[in-house]
Design a protein around this ligand. Structure first.
Ligand SMILES: C[S@@+](CC[C@H](N)C(=O)[O-])C[C@H]1O[C@@H](n2cnc3c(N)ncnc32)[C@H](O)[C@@H]1O
Length: 237
């Protein structure tokens, strides 16, 4: 079974022998891949909606994985039971705020979980700030491109995040450190969005925007420097 680049980048972060909870599984491709490749020994796959869960059930049956997948209908981490003991929780393909809410509401279910693989479709910065302020370290971050869309994938573990600067934190501290291949694509996209914010702020009628404008100016300068450095490095490599 071949996964799309986004799902493959998520699967890459799952260790061999893991017990996985895939929250919001939809089609069920990830659980089936993890089992058929011998990466996971057992997967709890859930969805809040019945139609996607039925779809997952079909995928699981078609690939003869029924005995190793526990399909559950329900909201977020509430589907987890005391004896499930997943070591890995995957929450992918949802908005950053939804992922945050799922983690917040399901806090009491997370004892023993060693890693969280999170792939927000939006507001990745909001999710990162939540993680850092709530006892998670951002251990690794990667990028995947599908068509024209770039996806950010976060591997978080219980622990202390050492990055304290809010801008670097929301941007992705491990991305800034490691600068993976698709990093320039991400920075260019952030610069484009930040320029729109800058333009709108300058045209806003409120007088008390000057502090905010200065902050955005600084952020833009910082990202332009980061981009220049990343492009230069790619040229040398
Ligand atoms: C776009 S799909 C992503 C599917 C898959 N995780 C992936 O990354 O390809 C999002 C799925 O999450 C489910 N979902 C949304 N909110 C949820 C929640 N609070 N709890 C469980 N599932 C949820 C939706 O029903 C949908 O099937």
């Amino acid at each position: 079974m071949k996964l799309t680049p986004r799902l493959a980048a998520i699967a890459d972060l799952v260790p061999v022998g893991s017990v996985v909870a895939d929250i919001g599984t939809d089609h069920g491709y990830l659980p089936v891949y993890l089992l058929s490749e011998g990466i996971s020994q057992r997967v709890i796959a859930s969805d809040v909606n019945k139609a996607p869960l039925d779809q997952a059930r079909e995928t699981v049956a078609a690939l003869n994985c029924t005995h190793k997948v526990d399909l559950r209908l329900g909201n977020g981490l509430h589907v987890l039971r005391q004896d499930d003991n997943p070591d890995t929780v995957i929450i992918a393909g949802m908005g950053g705020r939804t992922i945050t809410l799922i983690l917040e509401e399901g806090r009491h279910k997370l004892a023993g979980v060693e890693r969280f693989i999170l792939q927000p479709m939006s507001e990745a910065g909001y999710l990162r700030l939540f993680l850092a302020q709530n006892g998670f370290a951002l251990v690794h971050e990667s990028l995947a491109m599908e068509g024209k869309r770039l996806y950010e994938i976060i591997l978080a573990k219980p622990g202390k995040e050492m990055e304290t600067d809010p801008f670097r934190l929301s941007f992705g501290p491990r991305l800034l450190e490691k600068k993976p291949e698709l990093f320039p694509v991400l920075v260019r996209d952030k610069i484009r969005k930040l320029r729109i914010v800058y333009f709108n702020l300058q045209n806003a009628r409120h007088r008390n925007m000057s502090e905010k404008i200065k902050t955005v100016e600084k952020e833009l300068m910082y990202l332009e420097e980061v981009l220049a450095g990343a492009v230069e490095r790619a040229d040398i490599d």
